[in-house]
Design a protein around this ligand. Structure first.
Ligand code: SF4
Length: 376
């Protein structure tokens, strides 16, 4: 059973719940926006100034310390794992109920956030999906990861590519995107929603005020192989997925960024390259190849550098822009979801969390001209 403090915190895990709490305290939309702007941008409203204090209704002012304490408890830093000199660092983030997720600080103001604890898709090459879905993150918990990062440094790009499948938590993800793209002061093209492909994403994005850029995880052009690699992804014909992506790209002016984790002998064949060339011919798209990073207990390997270069060059001859994400390191603890798995294991076997030691993150980075960093 949750104690009173936990119960109170749980009430503010969504932005809509926070707005309702403020309304109950007599706040008008302008007061809500001021507080949300200050929170998401880290302190642009200053309670020390009397003008700000007087701006809010008295009941809201009186409740601010408790509300701020709740917001601060949504996402706490459990550990930081620096990766390199470019500002890449993986953050292990503890949520209000003790669950853990990962965020990644990327170069040039980028941040990758998690949207779920665990993941139900179960991609065979991913640690995050191995234990299934533990729980959804509320929209305020997603924004709280940005706030946590902004307390460390500026954040101007947010990619929704961490732990979890955003399409499986769409209400919360879109609520977070809306806040970040308005009060949070992040350009819409610098918000990147990554999905394995779900018709609900395309339907909802078409009516959203804040339209993020879209990244689609493809990983194969062969439907049977794709189902094997992404066992619980929605069953959408690959042609339809690409066509819907193309429509969204043309409507927004942001190219679709396709993601393809490269597994030697699995999805690096000539047939796959031909399939990509056929699928993406004339499309407003970028293919991002992500050579597989070692994961405990998985036998997959990345293809050779020569093989990958050959794939990129063949696609280039077909007029397809393909990029390879440079690896910033290959240490075991750096791969997606492994920090959390390690921390969960540690908290099960000892009373205190394990102390943090630096480790390089297995972060793959790419930046298209003017477009956000991607990460997986
Ligand atoms: S790669 Fe993404 S969608 Fe697949 S299991 Fe991992 S977190 Fe889920």
């Amino acid at each position: 059973m949750m104690d009173a403090t936990t119960l109170q915190s749980a009430l503010l895990t969504r932005v809509t719940q926070l707005r309702q709490r403020l309304r109950d305290l007599g706040a008008k939309p302008c007061h809500e926006d001021r507080l949300l702007r200050g929170w998401s941008q880290v302190g642009s409203y200053d309670r020390a100034h009397s003008a700000a204090d007087e701006f809010f209704p008295l009941a809201m002012r009186n409740a601010l310390p408790a509300i701020e304490a709740e917001l601060n408890g949504l996402a706490r830093l459990h550990g930081e794992y620096p990766a390199d000199d470019e500002g890449v660092a993986r953050l292990l983030v503890e949520l209000h109920d003790g669950q853990m997720v990962e965020s990644v600080l990327l170069p040039r103001g980028g941040l990758c956030v998690s949207t779920q604890v665990g993941c139900a898709v179960g991609c065979v090459f991913c640690m995050s999906g191995r234990a299934g879905l533990q729980r959804q993150l509320g929209s305020a918990e997603i924004v709280a990861q940005v706030v946590l990062a902004r307390k460390r440094r500026a954040v101007s790009k947010v990619v929704f590519m961490g732990m979890g499948e955003p399409a499986h938590n769409l209400d919360n993800v879109l609520e977070a995107i809306d806040l970040l793209g308005t009060q949070g002061n992040i350009g819409h093209k610098n918000l990147v929603l990554s999905t394995v492909g779900d018709l609900r994403v395309f339907e909802r994005l078409s009516i959203e005020k804040v339209k993020p850029a879209l990244a689609l995880s493809l990983h194969s052009t062969d439907a049977t192989l794709r189902t094997m690699l992404l066992p619980r992804a929605p069953q959408i014909a690959i042609d339809e997925l690409v066509n819907r992506g193309e429509n969204y790209a043309r409507a927004t002016g942001y190219p679709i960024q396709y993601q393809w984790t490269l597994l030697e002998g699995v999805n690096d064949s000539d047939d796959e390259v031909e399939g990509i060339a056929r699928l993406l011919a004339g499309k407003y798209a970028v293919m991002n190849f992500i050579p597989f990073n070692a994961v405990d207990g998985l036998a997959y390997r990345r293809p050779s550098a020569e093989g990958i270069a050959c794939m990129v060059s063949t696609l280039k001859q077909h007029g397809i822009l393909a990029k390879v994400r440079d690896s910033a390191g290959q240490e075991i603890e750096g791969a997606c979801g492994q920090l959390r798995a390690r921390a969960v294991k540690a908290t099960r076997t000892r009373s205190k969390p394990e102390s943090v030691t630096p480790a390089k993150a297995g972060v793959q980075l790419i930046e298209q001209a003017g477009f956000p960093l991607l990460w997986e």
